[in-house]
Design a protein around this ligand. Structure first.
Ligand code: SOE
Length: 385
């Protein structure tokens, strides 16, 4: 058997995303052929005991408590950043300067200014880079992209998306700290806009091109929360909910909604696009299905069809079980690793690159500014690859 090239991973962070990424690096080479073999080399986290437990469970060879040592280590090829958003830029820039490939969990950064520095750093170093917007690689979502690109929908008129949760409704929930940093504006940058709508915006712009202008209404329902680190009750700076309207460059209209206050919804991600001939809808709760309506069908059979995306010739599915059998949320990350490995062989960048993720960041920032100023804002977002 031909010896594979090793891709030694330095993972920074071990939370929920550290788990999804570690699982993806483990699974991808078992289901997708590649000349590269990811190796879980070093896990870095501040708490040594927790880091050692995680590393033993997932098979990391080494543990470090200082990410700087990972970034500068000669035995690391790719640095994967799974820590709160305010730490992405410093680590990514240091990794790029050390000549490492860099991956970062979404959103790219805490704001556009930091995102721009990250893009400049990876460009200057000429290192492969990617941001984990995993939902693009749910087979049904990828199939939708192929159908849209084929022109079957005709001229696009509308795109609507929702991402609804309910986990922060209790006023007793603190902000800051390991489990609740998403509620602390200094760590997260924003609330639902950067955490949840960023997923919708990434998919929307990938499917339908740049969002040029936005008009948002944001709300913080619980104004003060105890901060885990200071122990004091402090103002809450994140958006708990956000709705926005937008213009796409192609002339279509968008409406987006996200909240952590939709009682009963845990992760309701819905996205729909309407064209002159056909429409497509997708729902995370039924992630293997793509709903498709084509007005050109004969009227006696015309109606929404529910495509069960499990056939071998549909995106990614030929690598899994047999037609009809399902895969899930975690596979979207596995596909992202598989595509990244493929990009290393082909030398062609794989989206979303940092530059692509910066376009999403621009929209998020314009949404927050629009909510604050109660005014339409231009986003300045350009095309993704
Ligand atoms: C927040 O609850 C969260 O975990 C996001 O951070 C993820 O990006 C999203 O996929 C699911 O919800």
């Amino acid at each position: 058997m031909k010896q594979k090239k090793q891709l030694r991973v330095g993972m920074i962070g071990y939370g929920f995303m550290g788990k999804t990424h570690s699982n993806a690096f483990t699974l991808a080479p078992k289901f997708f052929d590649s000349e590269y073999q990811p190796v879980l080399q070093t896990l870095s986290a501040r708490n040594r005991e927790n880091a050692e437990e995680f590393a033993a469970k997932w098979g990391y060879k080494n543990v470090e408590t200082d990410w700087r040592k990972v970034v500068s280590s000669p035995d690391i090829d790719v640095v994967d950043i799974c820590v709160p958003n305010n730490l992405h830029a410093e680590i990514a820039i240091a990794a790029a300067e050390a000549g490492k490939m860099v991956l970062t969990e979404k959103p790219l950064a805490i704001d556009v200014a930091e995102g721009e520095k990250m893009v400049a750093a990876v460009k200057k170093a000429g290192v492969p880079n990617m941001t984990w917007y995993n939902y693009r690689r749910i087979p049904a979502v990828t199939l939708a992209k192929q159908i849209i690109d084929s022109g079957k929908l005709g001229k696009i008129f509308h795109l609507r998306a929702q991402f609804l949760q309910d986990w922060t409704m209790s006023a007793d929930l603190p902000q800051g700290g390991a489990g609740t940093w998403r509620l602390d504006v200094d760590a997260a940058g924003s609330g639902v806009t950067g955490d949840l709508l960023a997923h919708c915006i990434d998919t929307a712009m990938w499917w339908n091109g740049p969002i040029t202008r936005v008009c948002a209404r944001t709300e913080t329902f619980i104004k003060e929360r105890k901060h885990v680190e200071s122990g004091k009750t402090q103002p809450v700076g994140i958006d708990d909910a956000c709705v926005f309207l937008c213009d796409f460059e192609n002339g279509s209209l968008g409406n987006f909604e996200s909240t952590r206050y939709a009682r009963g919804h845990k992760a309701k991600y819905f996205i729909e696009i309407n064209g002159e001939h056909a429409s497509i809808a997708w729902d995370l709760h039924d992630l293997q299905r793509l709903e498709y309506f084509d007005h050109r069908d004969e009227s006696i059979v015309r109606g929404w069809r529910s495509i069960h995306v499990t056939d071998g010739d549909q995106p990614y599915m030929g690598h899994w079980w047999v037609p009809g059998l399902l895969i899930g949320y975690e596979h979207s990350f596995t596909h992202q690793v598989a595509d990244f490995l493929e990009s290393l062989s082909s030398g062609k960048p794989v989206g979303p690159t940092f530059e692509d993720a910066l376009q999403t960041q621009k929209v998020c920032e314009a949404v927050i500014e629009s909510g604050r100023d109660r005014a339409w804002k231009d986003t300045g977002a350009g095309k993704m690859i």
